[in-house]
Each structure stands twice: as structure tokens, then as C-alpha cells.
Design a protein. Structure first.
Lengths: 108, 113
């Protein structure tokens, strides 16, 4: 069993829909990251969370430490949001373990 | 914000040759650099952690003599794929801890023919 599990693996949405991507982890962490990987491969760090909730524009990330679960929400989705979203957890020694990613396609 | 510059973006090389990939932290000092590999449709896998001034730490199953890592200064870490084989073809990406998050290089797509 992977240390970091993401769901769904693939997600297709219509423009404007509210999107949720889930991440569950089984190890102790110091922080959880949500990353966005574009088709060319480049990776952008969206959020780093250790508790609670963060919001940036149309993106919202939440984490429940007790349940070892995090969600990434996208409101009013747009085709430019199409990418692979990766959940990663950081342990105390600073290395990161990654989920398999969720491939999001937003259709116009 | 913090930027990690990774070069080259892509490279094609012949089997048996060596390829060097560089990651530079442009506006901050990176005492640690993580190197990852990503095969098609798979997630990132940590290969090794480089630390300025000391030997790199390799993950289990990663050959340290094949993937040479050098952290020459506080702003430069390099990964050299030696005697490359087609199975080394992959996407390689580096990342440095920043404040608060992590900064990733743009990645290097290596194709060994």
C-alpha cells in the first residue's frame, strides 16, 4: 500500500464545475503539499499545509491531521486548470513522498 | 520568489554516454537538493538527496555509481547519468526546500537512444 493515496486518478469536468481531489496518507508528516504538474512536466507548488485550510484564488486546500486526509478544491474550474495534481507529504527529515497524481481535464 | 533553474530542459544522448543535469538556486541558498525521477504516467520518485559539502544520500535501489550527484556550492547541484542506457530515459526534476514551500526545477526530459 502506498504511503500516499490520491483519488480519483482521473477526473473530467465541465468548465465551471466545482472539483475536489482527495489525498490520504499513512505516515507521520510535518507538512503536506499540493503540487500542479503541467503537460510539459513543470511543477508548481500550490499549497503547503500543516493544519486547517488555505485559500489562493479559486483553489482551496484543507487538511485533517487526525484523519490523515487532505482535499484540494477548485471552484469555477477552467480549461487552464487542466493538469496533474499531486499530493506530497513531508516527513521530519524533509524528504517528500508523492501520491500517484490526479489527472484533471476541464472541458470548455 | 525562490527559483530553481534546471538545465537542460531536454536531452537526447547515445547509449553509453554520460549526461549532466544542473540545478541552480537563483535567489536563495540551497543547502539541500532533492533529485526525482518520473516515468511516463507515474508519480515522482525520490532518487537522492544532495547536501552541500557532504555526500549525497541515495534511496534504496538507486545506483550511486550510475547517478553521480555533486552539490558543489550553496547554489548548484548536479546529477550526472553515467553510461546511460535506454531504460534511463525518464523525466528528472530537482527540488529545494524554500520558505515556506518547496521550489522545483522545470525538469529535464532525458531520452537515451
Amino acid at each position: 500500500k502506498n504511503e500516499v493515496e490520491q483519488s480519483p486518478q482521473n477526473l473530467t469536468a465541465q468548465e465551471g464545475e466545482f472539483i475536489t481531489i482527495n489525498c490520504s496518507y499513512s505516515v507521520g508528516i510535518s507538512a503536506l503539499h499540493w503540487l500542479q504538474q503541467h503537460p510539459g512536466g513543470g511543477i508548481v507548488s500550490l499549497f503547503m499545509l500543516s493544519s486547517g485550510k488555505k485559500k489562493h484564488g479559486r483553489l482551496i486546500a484543507t487538511i485533517n491531521i487526525q484523519e490523515k486526509h487532505s482535499s484540494l478544491h477548485i471552484t469555477a474550474s477552467h480549461p487552464r486548470d487542466s493538469a496533474v495534481y499531486i499530493c506530497a507529504v513531508r516527513s521530519g527529515n524533509n524528504d517528500m513522498r508523492f501520491g500517484a497524481g490526479t489527472r484533471l481535464t476541464v472541458k470548455p | 520568489g525562490a527559483v530553481v533553474s534546471q538545465h537542460p530542459s531536454w536531452v537526447i544522448c547515445k547509449s553509453g554516454t554520460s549526461v549532466k543535469i544542473e540545478c541552480r538556486s537563483l535567489d536563495f541558498q540551497a543547502t539541500t537538493m532533492f533529485w526525482y525521477r518520473q516515468f511516463p504516467k507515474q508519480s515522482l520518485m525520490l532518487m537522492a538527496t544532495s547536501n552541500e559539502g557532504s555526500k549525497a544520500t541515495y534511496e534504496q535501489g538507486v545506483e550511486k555509481d550510475k547517478f553521480l550527484i555533486n552539490h558543489a556550492s550553496l547554489t548548484l547541484s548536479t546529477l550526472t547519468v553515467t553510461s546511460a542506457h535506454p531504460e534511463d530515459s525518464s523525466f528528472y526534476i530537482c527540488s529545494a526546500p524554500g520558505n515556506p514551500g518547496y521550489t522545483f526545477g522545470s525538469g529535464t526530459r532525458l531520452t537515451v537512444v
